[in-house]
Design a protein around this ligand. Structure first.
Ligand code: GLC
Length: 423
């Protein structure tokens, strides 16, 4: 190609994935996130699958190489020594797995993406069946030991939506007196106004220390942690993943009965997260029973999980969101006084969440809403590039640039063909 020819967005997206490839795993973006992140990798695989199928499977396989003997798949795999990143492996002291890693997990989107790609390469999908099954069982045992049907997080980072206002009040119970002094790296790379505040960061580090002090024993953590918050995001993503795992079980002649039991439990559990006043599924502090009073982007994910009992109310809430922002879907209720349009998970829109929400809407026959979210995502990226996330009022590109999962969603969702009007 002539150097003067402008690159298409498709080509730019492929270049980002290739450029962030560190040999079998992809970093979310160079600089800010120099390791392998769990759900970032899974979405990257979805993007790679559009032009390099082998590379897509490698991404998924390398993630599961880090699986702990207890089934946990860590949220960060520290594959290289990057002293520029904080908190790194020496802070986590989580040495229970085959590779250095963090001690918590992240949203289990892998089964959904593997089921999507399985027809291309059934043998490689089949080899990942047992690791997936073990990971899903870990979620139930470690994060819902009482079988309530809702899945809790033990650290805000486990939700993948790090500084959501939902974690503020439950976080008040975290003792930060032992945190000491430390130097953050994220605020030297990205505008401070777009990152979590120091108070949040102290809690993040105190909760890491809490896990270290308990040898990352999940039963002890679940029994003793002050921070155990049921998350509609993780609960819905796991339910969807269980359904996709069940489809894989059918395809590979494996026993679906234990998966059916887990599906039934999660389906029933969803009602515990319904907040009629918010018209939304919300998080719930499992220590106090308190439910969050507002909707977030995760409130819509039960539709992605096939839970449609509250569809009408959820559409009402989505409609309300759409009147307050220009681009869907803000990560946090835009009518709340805590809405902060450029600060990370307190307002901005994220392409990966949009993809999941739109997939759910399409599944339950809401094609017009799905198309609106898809088209908003195409506009955000089209206008502002492959940023980590975007301002929902003015499409501002926020956080890191040349971001793997934003590029991956562009490709996997075929956003370059948006004018064709398909979802
Ligand atoms: C931030 C996000 C998290 C993501 C990570 C790497 O921590 O909140 O969801 O996985 O960055 O992109």
């Amino acid at each position: 190609m002539d150097d003067q020819t402008p690159k298409s967005h498709d080509e730019a997206a492929r270049d980002i994935l290739r450029g962030n490839d560190r040999g079998g795993f992809t970093v979310p973006t160079a600089g800010l996130y120099p390791y392998q992140w769990n759900w970032d990798s899974v979405f990257a695989a979805m993007g790679f699958a559009t032009f390099d199928r082998d590379r897509a499977w490698r991404e998924l396989e390398t993630l599961f190489e880090a699986q702990w003997p207890d089934g946990m798949v860590p949220h960060i795999v520290f594959r290289a020594d990057e002293p520029s990143y904080f908190p790194g492996p020496s802070v986590w002291q989580a040495d229970k797995g085959p590779l250095p890693s963090s001690g918590i997990s992240q949203p289990p989107v892998a089964a959904t993406v593997i089921a999507r790609l399985a027809a291309q390469d059934p043998d490689r999908a089949a080899r990942l069946f047992d690791p997936l099954d073990r990971w899903h069982r870990w979620w139930h045992a470690a994060r819902d030991p009482d079988g309530t049907g809702v899945i809790a997080i033990t650290h805000p980072w486990e939700s993948g939506r790090d500084n959501l206002p939902d974690w503020d009040r439950p976080g008040d119970a975290v003792d930060v007196s032992g945190v000491g002094t430390y130097t953050r790296r994220d605020t030297s790379l990205v505008d401070t106004d777009q990152r979590p505040k120091k108070k949040d960061y102290d809690r993040y580090l105190a909760l890491v220390q809490f896990g270290v002090d308990r040898g990352w024993d999940y039963a002890r953590i679940a029994a003793e942690t002050p921070f155990f918050v049921a998350d509609p995001g993780i609960t819905a993503i796991l339910l969807r993943a269980e359904r996709d795992l069940r489809a894989l079980a059918e395809a590979f002649g494996r026993d679906p009965v234990p998966i059916d039991a887990r599906i039934a439990r999660l389906e029933a559990g969803h009602e515990r997260l319904w907040n009629p006043d918010a018209g939304a599924y919300v998080s719930r502090n499992m220590r106090t029973g308190e439910r969050a009073p507002w909707a977030t982007s995760a409130s819509f994910l039960p539709l992605f999980a096939g839970v449609t009992a509250r569809k009408a109310e959820l559409l009402g809430t989505l409609d309300r969101f759409s009147r307050s922002v220009r681009y869907l879907v803000p990560s946090f209720d835009p009518d709340s006084e805590l809405f902060d349009p450029l600060r990370y998970w307190r307002g901005p829109a994220w392409a990966i969440v949009n993809w999941m929400i739109a997939d759910g809407l399409r599944q339950c026959g809401e094609d017009a809403w799905a198309a609106r979210i898809r088209s908003d995502t195409a506009k955000l990226i089209g206008e502002s590039g492959f940023a980590e996330y975007f301002g929902p009022l003015g499409a501002e590109p926020c956080g890191g640039g040349s971001f793997s999962w934003t590029a991956a969603i562009w490709l996997a969702w075929g956003l370059g063909t948006i004018n064709e009007g398909t979802v």
